[in-house]
Design a protein around this ligand. Structure first.
Ligand SMILES: Cc1cc2nc3c(=O)[nH]c(=O)nc-3n(C[C@H](O)[C@H](O)[C@H](O)COP(=O)(O)OP(=O)(O)OC[C@H]3O[C@@H](n4cnc5c(N)ncnc54)[C@H](O)[C@@H]3O)c2cc1C
Length: 467
């Protein structure tokens, strides 16, 4: 078979949020750009991650609401017992994914970035071989190589994916609902999906080896989520490690800290114990790049240890978040075009779309103190917020952290219904160097959850108005 030879200035491997943003921005800046993608454009995020998970979470929430109304409700709505057509739900979710992924293709085309479909194999830092679906090979030489190959779910060697053992990918396209599901891992992916399945009527148990859920987050916030799991009827087994499936394959063996083994019945097991950078099987090893653990090591311009080889997104390790990869991608394109840029964001927001939602931006009081900064911090509960009452969601709070000396805001944390939408205000205030007085003096629309943001700032200044 003939090899088609091409050359480009920037070659991006991976069409996830990191890679496609880099390619769009580079093409906008007039850089000759080619992006190689082996699966669907949009990567993990659009196809099997952020977007489909939020679609399933929404569908589950709507179903749970209807189920709740079927039992009567304080607000006077009652409905007949609801039913869910799972195939239609998945089709609806796939429709959103399809719209977004084809939109990415259209944006790349509109901006003049070339897309080559197929699997890239790196020959050296300037040459990549792409095997297309029909077996034909495209050899592409480039001046700059950008690695944006993302991450893969971590598999448990003693309980590999297959049969009843699934990853988040399969959990997002169910053909049937299990009766009893065990979720291995109490991080955000396991909890988001575990809560969604519970709301669809599944009996859900979560097994976490550490002594609390969402161990990467501040306990003041996670306590509120833990209480909600109890109300939802999700059983949480903390300090327990999974030993494997039982002999019949219809249960999961777990062991607690006292070495006592027990079994949790399960006809499906969702393993959500983390994701690891995708660095193997496509010739990356041959570049002998410096690594940090399994991740490609980068500097604050996303340069790797090899000249003109760049890396962004999940392949560079934590925090593995779509918006981080996008911001890095945009920056790398600008640097290649000649602009002076460094990746030094004041904060990278992190959101858990659990019930209730949780958002952290910047430093917690503990993190600021550990960094040697004297801080003041204050929280405002949604129980004192009118809008929260009108949407029947008064659990949770907003907390602000600021320097004691000059009131510069260092961090925001919130837990509650729809707090993901507050992440924009939180991020902007920190990136723009706002002080407590700036937020406290900003007129916030009434009645909104955002008033709790203003009130938290006022409370830190010692003069909250509604508490
Ligand atoms: C269930 C779930 C929910 C999530 N929810 C959120 C969320 O709410 N918010 C958030 O910020 N993040 C979320 N994430 C994480 C987010 O999806 C990732 O951080 C993000 O997709 C990383 O982007 P990326 O561009 O680095 O890589 P990816 O999106 O993984 O894209 C990498 C792309 O590279 C391609 N590729 C790899 N190797 C090759 C090769 N050799 N040749 C050609 N193509 C190749 C892959 O096919 C893939 O399309 C979630 C993830 C999961 C699994």
């Amino acid at each position: 078979m003939n090899t088609n030879k091409q050359s480009t200035t920037l070659l991006v491997i991976g069409g996830g949020p990191g890679g496609y943003i880099a390619a769009i921005r580079a093409a906008q800046l007039g850089i000759n750009t080619t992006l190689v993608e082996g699966e669907q454009l949009g990567g993990t995020c659009l196809n099997i991650g952020c977007i489909p998970s939020k679609a399933i979470i929404h569908a589950a929430e709507e179903f749970a609401k209807a189920t709740h109304y079927a039992k009567g409700s304080a607000i006077g709505i009652s409905v007949a017992s609801p039913a869910i057509d799972l195939a239609q739900t998945v089709k609806w979710k796939d429709g959103i994914v399809g719209k977004l992924t084809s939109g990415v293709g259209a944006l790349l085309k509109k901006n003049g970035a070339k897309v080559v479909r197929g699997w890239a194999k790196i020959r050296d830092g300037k040459t990549v071989e792409v095997t297309q679906a029909d077996g034909s090979i495209v050899e592409i030489t480039c001046e700059h190589l950008l690695l944006a190959t993302g991450s893969k779910p971590v598999e448990l060697p003693f309980m590999p994916f297959g049969g009843p053992v699934i990853s988040s990918t399969e959990a997002l396209s169910p053909t049937s609902l299990p009766k009893q599901m065990v979720v291995v891992g109490g991080g955000y992916i396991g909890l988001e999906l575990g809560i969604a399945y519970r709301k669809l009527g599944v009996d859900v148990s979560v097994v976490e080896s550490l002594d609390r859920i969402l161990p990467a987050y501040d306990e003041d916030l996670t306590k509120v989520v833990a209480a909600s799991l109890g109300k939802l009827g999700i059983k949480v087994h903390l300090g327990c490690t999974v030993q494997g499936l039982n002999a019949a394959g219809d249960g999961v063996r777990i062991r607690n800290r006292d070495n006592v083994e027990s079994e949790l019945p399960a006809d499906r097991v969702l393993v959500a114990v983390g994701r690891r950078p995708h660095t193997q099987g496509f010739g990356l090893e041959g570049l002998s790049l410096d690594m940090v653990g399994r991740a490609v090591k980068i500097d604050d311009q996303c340069k790797t240890s090899m000249r003109n080889v760049w890396a962004i997104g999940d392949v560079t390790g934590e925090p593995m978040l779509a918006h981080r990869g996008m911001a890095q991608g945009e920056m790398v394109a600008e640097i290649i075009s000649g602009k002076k840029r460094h990746f030094t964001p004041a904060s990278i927001p992190a959101v858990c779309f659990t019930d209730p939602e949780l958002v952290v931006v910047g430093q917690t009081p503990q993190e600021a103190q550990a960094a040697g900064v004297e801080v003041i911090s204050a929280m405002f509960p949604f129980a004192a917020n009118g809008r929260a009452m009108t949407i029947e969601s008064t659990d949770g709070f907003v907390r602000v952290v600021a320097r004691k000396d000059n009131h510069l805001i260092l961090g925001w944390q919130a837990v509650g219904a729809s707090v993901s939408e507050l992440s924009a205000a939180f991020g902007q205030s920190i990136e723009m160097g706002a002080r407590l007085e700036d937020v406290g003096a900003t007129i916030h629309a009434h009645p909104t959850l955002g008033e709790a943001v203003q009130e938290a700032a006022l409370r830190a200044l010692g003069h909250a108005l509604h508490i």
